[in-house]
Design a protein around this ligand. Structure first.
Ligand code: SAH
Length: 261
């Protein structure tokens, strides 16, 4: 490969689903690519020109996919690696850097750019009102790449810290009991009236929200297409007649500023 100009890898966030939520920078980076690499359903969201090549792969092979992208770029290609939402949130950007760190010499000189996207929790929060309007955290409930004990520990600490929380990958066929356990832990740590929202397929045609309380929530309300938002003790609803209530967390904790409810 010596003497040949190295290509580059753009790691692109496609947003939560709606075309309008793809940023102009992401569009431009996709337009500049010769190869589009990613998990099948994400690659399928990209409208290809005849001169662009699609490389779809299975969801579980992130490191392999990362190496493939870097190898193509080392050979001079302009490569786009696509993720849903934001590529830095439980997605491909970290996988690319894991591969790079394991073998830095192999891809010396390959330019790598990360293009942000709208992540699921922020798309869901915007639809609901402002449930993440004060301190919050995001937790990946999948124990594919970390021990379940660590998930439980982080959950408990976040709940005790009274953070609002967003849960990604809450439930899947290969992880059938974990979300039920998540609800158990939350019920031990938070009040029964704590707001919990199941936001499914946000910004897509079949978008759906279920707004309920920790006491009423059922494990089967979450699946792989759902981001779950759990409020802090201050998260509340504003009823709006026939419309969906607004869910929000005020900016303050402890002492309301003048003019606040
Ligand atoms: N990088 C992505 C997250 C990938 S992990 C992002 O930033 O959004 C996959 C998880 O993201 C899913 O299990 C689900 O919890 C969440 N998710 C992604 N898109 C979603 C959408 N449109 N609606 C609801 N949840 C979504």
């Amino acid at each position: 490969m010596s003497g040949r100009e190295k290509g580059h890898v753009s790691i692109i966030g496609l947003g939560p689903g709606a075309e309008g939520a793809v940023t102009p920078d992401a569009q431009a980076a996709l337009g500049a690519a010769q190869d589009i690499i990613g998990y099948g359903p994400y690659v399928a969201r990209v409208q290809l020109r005849p001169d662009q090549e699609r490389h779809a792969s299975d969801n579980r092979v992130e490191i392999e996919r990362a190496r493939h992208a870097l190898d193509l770029a080392a050979g001079g290609r302009r490569v786009a690696v696509v993720s849903s939402g934001d590529p830095g949130v439980f997605a491909m950007a970290a996988a690319i850097f894991e591969a790079l760190e394991a073998d830095p010499a192999r891809w010396e000189g390959v330019a790598i750019t990360v293009i942000p996207g709208i992540t699921a929790m922020l798309a869901a929060a915007a639809r609901l009102g402002a449930p993440l309007g004060h301190d919050f955290c995001a937790i990946n409930l999948s124990d594919n790449l970390k021990p379940w004990e660590l998930v439980e520990k982080r959950l408990r600490h976040a709940a005790r810290g009274d953070f609002a929380m967003a849960f990604y990958n809450p439930s899947s066929r290969s992880r059938p009991w974990q979300f039920a356990r998540t609800l158990e832990i939350l019920r031990e740590e938070c009040g029964p009236d704590t707001v919990i929202v199941f936001a499914r397929n946000v910004t897509r045609d079949d978008e759906r929200f279920a707004i309920t309380t920790l006491a009423e929530a059922r494990p089967e309300q979450a699946d792989m297409r759902t981001v779950v938002i759990v409020g802090s003790s201050l998260t509340r609803l504003i009823e709006r007649g026939a419309d969906r209530p607004i869910v929000y967390t005020p900016r303050w904790a402890g002492m309301p500023p003048e003019g606040a409810a």
